[in-house]
Design a binder for this molecule. Sequence first.
Ligand code: FDA
Length: 394
Amino acid sequence: MVFDVVIIGAGAAGLMCAAQAGYAGKRVLVLDHANKAGKKILMSGGGRCNFTNMDTAPHHFYSQNPHFCISALKRYRPEHFVELVERHGLEYVEKAPGQLFCADSAKEMVRLLLTECEWASAEVSLNTRIERVERCGEAMRLQTSRGKIDAGMLVVATGGLSIPTLGASGFGYELARQFGLEVLPTRPGLVPLTLSDTWKARASALSGVSVPVAVHHGGYRFEEPLLFTHRGLSGPSMLQISSVWEPGEALTIDLLPHSEARELLLTARQETPKRLLSTWLGEHFPKRLAQALIEWYPEGQTQIPLAQVSNEVVDTWAERLNGWTLKPSGTEGWRTAEVTMGGVDTDAISSKTFEVKGLPQLRFIGEVLDVTGRLGGYNFQWAWASGVACAQAL
Ligand code: FDA
């Protein structure tokens, strides 16, 4: 079998690239070892796929080379993808500012992409194992469970390592190494954090409690909800910070992100001197968390009227509430991570065409590259934009 373009990976980036290349008149084949296309899309956004973010900008992405994503993101913008979604009559909702989700189900997004491939005459072959890839003059040759395939151009869109049960594999990284590219260290991103010992037990007791917080770490600040879980901390704020957190480091969590706890406490002491500190805590936090704070800090003078609470204790509470510091023991790992930090080093890749410099018949797109978005639809926007940019240059 001979194709102009063979794409490994029938995920977001691969399918988008396939359709665009097909429309450009190329003979396209997409190969995937999974039994279904777009498995991650189906799982995404709680089953409703947060397919883009209207505010997408390069600073929403992590990469050793922060400039790499600029060109593709500029050429294929969220409005372009929304246009495609509307052309297919797919209904969507803006659940949070800029974050667009399928109104009904992520299945519709996979259907859209497969329809695009069909209209563009791009073939999709599932349940196909790729055994070997080699350069064959100006082309590429693949040995697969379906036989030998020759490709004028090979596009690697195998994604990252997160959630192996959805088809994730390190195959893209192996290919990159085989052709002399560097793969930057990978680690799970957008992943819940775990705690150990006392703090694990404390979080577990609060499992299901969600509070608005601002988490700070390494110059980053994310103001979004925190969710206590049986094993530690999750919710958007923790997923966001997990992408910039390294084992052994501590996080600072502001439990009152819009207030100075010290000012609030001093005012309360003056205006309602008879009120107990425990009552004050109950007014500012969900009941279970307020109760937990009282238990965690027995020295906190919570059962005496505010008038008798010393300045020193006020300062201690203020520090704790605006700057609760704790050290996660780890993350939930690849099993639940939404993305992979690191990946194929973009230094060896053209940001215009996504070809490997010096080997234009080999290209890498999507999450397999060292470009990782924050939470909020940015990762799909990168998949679409890199897929389109690559296809336009085929
Ligand atoms: P993707 O992972 O989509 O596709 C890779 C494909 O390659 C897969 O089909 C896989 O089977 C195939 N493959 C891998 N190894 C292979 C091999 N050896 N041989 C053949 N095929 C192989 N992002 C976002 O913007 N909004 C959201 O709402 C979410 N939500 C979300 C939830 C969950 C649970 C996860 C895990 C992830 C998200 N994401 C997200 C992230 C988003 O899903 C991710 O960034 C994109 O799917 C990446 O697209 P790619 O096409 O690069 O890889």
